[in-house]
Design a protein around this ligand. Structure first.
Ligand SMILES: NC(=O)c1ccc[n+]([C@@H]2O[C@H](COP(=O)([O-])OP(=O)(O)OC[C@H]3O[C@@H](n4cnc5c(N)ncnc54)[C@H](OP(=O)(O)O)[C@@H]3O)[C@@H](O)[C@H]2O)c1
Length: 321
């Protein structure tokens, strides 16, 4: 079969192979699924990158846990009538080496759930990890029947499933979306009341703004950016992405306010993931709107930074690059 796999952890371009591997054979209690759509999740790329120090759990990994497809073979003790059934698959590469980034995947019988005809393969391949995550967020503390459940970001993958699960379990669902214009996209059959948020409302912090008119101020700004870039999980992020290459730009866009900086960086990272850019650049961030206060304040400061009348980088960092 045609498959994608890795034998070492690292960036996709360095470690992912595409080629022929032997067709897998279902063992007792297992089914084989001919994959039509393979679902990739943040967790899949994090495992490949050795996130939080995780090591290779198996000598070879075919990534991706989620998929949609059709059962084309079954092992012993499995109902042969399942052959030909459209299914959605979860957990194929959870505590197992060979996931769904391949023409065939083998999984325990119960991890291939029937996929009704009116649901697309793309949707089926999106249900696994987001669905398990949503289920956990709603039911981790017990039943929600008769309770109020608040779902932040109800238009997202996990949020939309969480809202549906909570509604189905008898809860009254309240939800947030980012913008007022998104309120129309919320399903009133699931969500009783939806509210629009802004970054400013959710990031109010009692931290005085950073300043760049002294060497100490610039050093603090740089330390903040260095700390922040450690936490950014983008495939093509690199040391110095914020603290060297975007220092002035980020200062101008946030005017040193940590709330505005976090809003911009968060939205930039989401855009970098959605578009596949996988790193933060000026061009990408230029397409991201920051909160209103920051947008107003940035114009004047940008002029000063571009004209060389001000800089956000300490002397030592300017000398290094
Ligand atoms: N996907 C998974 O399998 C998985 C697994 C484990 C944990 N998680 C975690 O679950 C969370 C959601 O992940 P996801 O995959 O569902 O992401 P997603 O599809 O990008 O959904 C996030 C949603 O939140 C909205 N949002 C962002 N900021 C908001 C704000 N201030 N107010 C209201 N809505 C806001 C986004 O709106 P815009 O589109 O307008 O930005 C988007 O609709 C993340 O924290 C993720 O790390 C996800």
């Amino acid at each position: 079969m045609l498959a994608s796999w890795y034998d070492d952890q690292g960036p996709a371009a360095d470690v992912l192979h595409v080629g022929e591997l032997p067709d897998p054979v279902p063992g007792p209690g297992e089914v084989r699924v001919r994959v039509t759509v393979s679902g990739v999740n943040p967790g899949d790329t994090k495992k490949r990158r050795g996130w939080l120090g995780s090591s290779m759990p198996y000598p070879r990994v075919i990534p991706h846990s989620d998929a949609a497809g059709v059962i084309d073979a079954v092992g012993a003790q499995v109902d042969v009538h399942r052959v030909g059934q459209r299914v959605w698959v979860y957990g194929a590469q959870s505590y197992r080496p060979f996931g769904t980034a391949a023409q065939y995947t083998v999984i325990p019988d119960h991890q291939a759930a029937p996929l009704p005809d009116h649901l697309s393969d793309e949707l089926g391949a999106s249900l696994g990890i987001p669905g398990i995550t949503a289920h956990r967020t709603v039911f981790a503390d017990g039943p929600v029947d008769g309770q109020l459940v608040l779902v932040h970001g109800v238009l997202g993958g996990v949020g939309s499933l969480a809202a549906q699960l909570a509604h189905r379990a008898g809860a009254t669902v309240l939800a947030t979306v980012r913008r007022t214009a998104d309120l129309d996209r919320v399903d009133p059959a699931v969500v009783s009341h939806a509210f629009a948020q802004t970054g400013r409302r959710t990031t109010r912090l009692d931290v005085p703004p950073f300043t760049i008119d002294s060497e100490q101020g610039r050093r603090h700004w740089r330390q903040l950016l260095l700390a922040l870039e450690q936490r950014i999980v983008l495939i093509d992020a690199y040391p110095g992405m914020l603290a060297d290459d975007l220092s002035d730009y980020l200062f101008a866009r946030s005017t040193g306010h940590i709330g505005s900086l976090m809003t911009l960086v968060n939205r930039g990272c989401q855009r970098a993931q959605r578009t596949g850019a996988e790193r933060l650049t000026r061009d990408l961030l230029a397409q991201v709107r920051n909160d209103e206060a920051a947008e107003h304040a940035r114009t004047e400061l940008e002029y000063a930074l571009q004209a060389g009348k001000a800089t956000s980088r300490p002397r030592s960092a300017r000398a290094a690059r």
